[in-house]
Design a protein around this ligand. Structure first.
Ligand SMILES: [Zn+2]
Ligand SMILES: [Zn+2]
Length: 216
């Protein structure tokens, strides 16, 4: 299993990175990206520390740990600048906290993320057809999420992605240990989004290819 969206107590998750990684390993994960919430206040504190421990944990255990970041509530105009900074500090996968329907994320965040060419637009809510087309052109992956609230629009995101050919990834947005993927949680989310086991396998392959393309 590969999951490119998780949190630790470097933001609002409850676990230290080492425990998150050991719990993921015990649950059968092969690859995990730690993508704590960042903005201009904490990128320099968070990302280099995640990069440091990711290297150590990947060396010690049979799991690939990727240092990432979730750009969160960035003013849309500043998205390219935030992305550059996150990458320069060592974030190998950069997500943007998209326009979920359950939070007042700034309008224009989805488009700004896609135009900036981030790796993954997380929980994109009621993303538009034109944005999905642009995501395909810019090779931005759209997220299907198990996270409650954010997962309300999975079916919308999946159907537009299928029509317009944008790539999907399946992430948990784990904040607590019980959020990590299990057979049961995967099945539940697939059913609600009208997705199949084959779609899940394709999403996992997309995530693997995204990571492989980074040549970590
Ligand atoms: Zn988020
Ligand atoms: Zn998140």
């Amino acid at each position: 299993m590969i999951d490119l969206h998780t949190h630790t107590f470097f933001s609002d998750g409850v676990l230290i990175p080492s425990e998150l990684v050991c719990r993921a390993l015990a649950q059968g994960y092969k690859t995990i990206c730690i993508s704590d919430h960042v903005d201009f206040s904490n990128m320099d504190i968070t990302i280099p520390r995640l990069a440091k421990v990711a290297k150590i944990l990947t060396r010690e255990y049979k799991i690939k740990v990727i240092p990432g970041a979730e750009l969160t509530y960035i003013p849309p105009r500043l998205m390219p600048q935030a992305l550059r900074l996150a990458r320069s500090l060592g974030a190998q996968i950069v997500l943007v906290h998209g326009e979920t329907v359950v939070e007042p994320v700034p309008k224009g965040t989805n488009r700004a993320a896609i135009e900036a060419k981030v790796d993954i637009l997380a929980h994109p809510g009621m993303i538009t057809k034109d944005e999905v087309k642009l995501a395909r052109a810019n090779k931005v992956h759209l997220e299907i999420t198990t996270r409650r609230g954010h997962n309300k629009t999975n079916k919308h995101v999946a159907s537009l992605a299928h029509i317009y050919g944008a790539k999907l990834v399946f992430n948990t947005d784990t904040h607590e240990p019980e959020d990590l993927m299990t057979e049961a949680s995967i099945k539940k989310i697939l059913d609600l989004a009208h997705l199949t086991q084959k779609d899940f396998n394709d999403m996992q392959e997309n995530a693997n290819n995204l990571v492989a393309g980074k040549d970590l």
